[in-house]
Design a protein around this ligand. Sequence first.
Ligand SMILES: [Zn+2]
Length: 103
Amino acid sequence: MKKDTHPNYYPKAKIKCACGAVLETGSTQEKIETEICSMCHPYFTGDKKVIDTAGRMERFQKITEKSDKVRKALKKSAKPVKKTKVLKSSAKKNLSSIKKTAK
Ligand SMILES: [Zn+2]
């Protein structure tokens, strides 16, 4: 048998989380430090807090703000289209006059 093929195993390794929780597990590392664990992750806690490390959320919000402004500006500049009732008879007249001019 070869010797030293397996790393040391710690049956009571401790996982320390940034939230303060300490969990015990078996591992080849004696101490593990994490930023998030099952005690504080929104998936497990049910919070709707957004975890954002790279500022992606902020960027997305900025983009949506910009597009909202553009949309509002477009709405202001565009005149509202009035719905008008077109009588059938007048529509027919128009059609016939169009046909006449086409010939
Ligand atoms: Zn945690």
